[in-house]
Design a binder for this molecule. Structure first.
Ligand SMILES: C[S@@+](CC[C@H](N)C(=O)[O-])C[C@H]1O[C@@H](n2cnc3c(N)ncnc32)[C@H](O)[C@@H]1O
Length: 184
């Protein structure tokens, strides 16, 4: 009886500490993502597939999702186009969900980082995918110009890259345009 009540109290305290730690960690980082990057919305799978088909990808090329959300673009890129997928996400909860989604969808080779996309070196990417905000695209533009190799494709859902000429724009039943650019 004594052991049981000790165990029960210990579990209650453990669960309370865990919840507090999760709130302390997740809430500020999620809010931070909202403020400096983009809120949590998901891009249309159909559009991702259509624009990736225009990229003439080679299996094994590196696909970077900047602000990976729940991992849906990474899953599609890996499963349908055989790409090596990398995601950068600021919200720990979404990183966890994306990891689970990738696992459940049977994507064997994937990496998702709990990191601020603005601080990452993008020079190894072959294809970059973004669904962010106009402000975020403006902030990324000089980074793309400085870091990306010639031939790197950039896909942006909904928000164009100022002063860059898109190679292709697709809108096919989803709310925003899919923009495709290629670094010269
Ligand atoms: C509009 S959602 C897009 C999610 C996913 N890429 C998709 O297309 O379905 C934008 C994501 O970017 C994340 N994000 C915003 N700012 C970020 C930053 N600076 N670094 C990493 N992730 C960021 C947000 O947490 C959110 O999950």
């Amino acid at each position: 009886m004594f052991l049981f009540s000790f165990f029960e109290t210990a579990m209650t305290i453990f669960w309370a500490i865990l919840q507090l730690a999760l709130i302390i960690l997740i809430v500020p980082l999620t809010l931070y993502g909202f403020i400096i990057g983009a809120p949590i919305f998901f891009s249309p799978k159909k559009g991702i597939g259509e624009i990736l088909a225009e990229c003439h990808v080679k299996p094994g090329e590196k696909f970077y999702d900047l602000g990976a959300g729940n991992g849906r673009a990474m899953i599609l890129a890996a499963k349908k186009f055989n790409l090596d997928v990398y995601g950068f996400e600021l919200s720990p909860l979404l990183v966890l969900i994306a990891k689970l989604n990738l696992l459940l969808c049977g994507v064997k080779k994937s990496t998702i980082y709990l990191k601020n996309l603005y601080n990452e070196d993008l020079s190894n990417a072959d294809i970059i995918f973004c669904f962010l905000t106009p402000k975020a695209m403006e902030r990324l533009r000089p980074k793309f110009e400085k870091e990306l190799r010639p031939g790197t494709r950039i896909i942006s859902y909904a928000f164009p890259l100022k002063d860059w000429q898109p190679k292709k724009i697709i809108r096919n039943g989803y709310p925003g345009n899919m923009y495709l650019y290629e670094k010269s």
